[in-house]
Design a protein around this ligand. Sequence first.
Ligand code: DAH
Length: 334
Amino acid sequence: MDAISAFSTYEREALEAIESADSVDTLEAVRIEFLGKKKGRLRDLQKLLGQVDPAERPVVGQRFNEVKNRVGERLDERKNQLDRPEESSLTGLDITLPGTPVRLGRRHPLTQTIDEFKDIMGRFGFTVADGPEIEDDFHNFVALNIPEDHPARDPLENFYLAAASIANDRQALLRSQTSTVQIRVMEQTKPPIRIVSVGRVYRPDTIDATHSCMFHQMEGLMVGDSVTMAELKTVLHLFATTYLGEDVQIRFRPSFFPFTEPSVEVDMNWHGNWIELGGAGMVDPNVLTAVGYDPEQVSGFAFGLGIERFCMRRHHITDIRRFIENDVQFLSQF
Ligand code: DAH
């Protein structure tokens, strides 16, 4: 038998024996038989190699090494399998493979902004209140002094829920403003009050770079026995300055909201530009009466700011639609 075919026979028999070894001990016996230094069959092959014609030795030698390495590798692999029987029996799970690194997720930029807003207002003594997103027309309009024929109540300006009415004949709708929470809080709490409420509001606006049918507002309400407009301006100034990390100017422009008197639009000057933040004012006596307060005894201020606008300014985001596209490349930048 020539050397090459002896190598092949050896290889085939060794691999078969390795495969059928079913314990570490039998595998060790196989190792001694085929690779053992003293009497193993490899020694016989080595002798055979010594006898081949010197001209053929490179080729035959290469085959010898190949067979030797193959048998050695397969022995090691089988040994690993037999060493961990319970793991190898879990089909499809190879715990020896390298792990896939898990990339940490992060909070949505709007959520980050909201958390920061709540944190800042918390430092000024404002606690967080929540209200439902499915509201009724009493809290969204009536108690806020918005009369029946006011354009804000138009079906084209709101998401009224079809044929839905909550108890007491109240028409249900997706809230169009967070001012609803002012009412809910005052109905249930006696003054003094200092709250903010942050959440989604809904309006059937045509969607473009600056409008969305769903966006977020932060509502603020402070009621006490002598709350003034100067405090309103101070709170808004401190808030904007804290959020943006540098001194910003706050400007009030006369305006009208049914639930405040007087009412203002709030602008802030940041990096040389006036930016509209939202509305504010002193809580209208009719609203205080609607929730059972005595307007002769208490006064208050309220404000409502758009969250997206702040966040877009701060991060130089130019399209509001980015917030809801769920594009990971965009979101992972914040
Ligand atoms: N709710 C108003 C809106 O959505 C914003 C607003 C204006 C809220 C004045 C207030 C306020 O609390 O006092 O346009």
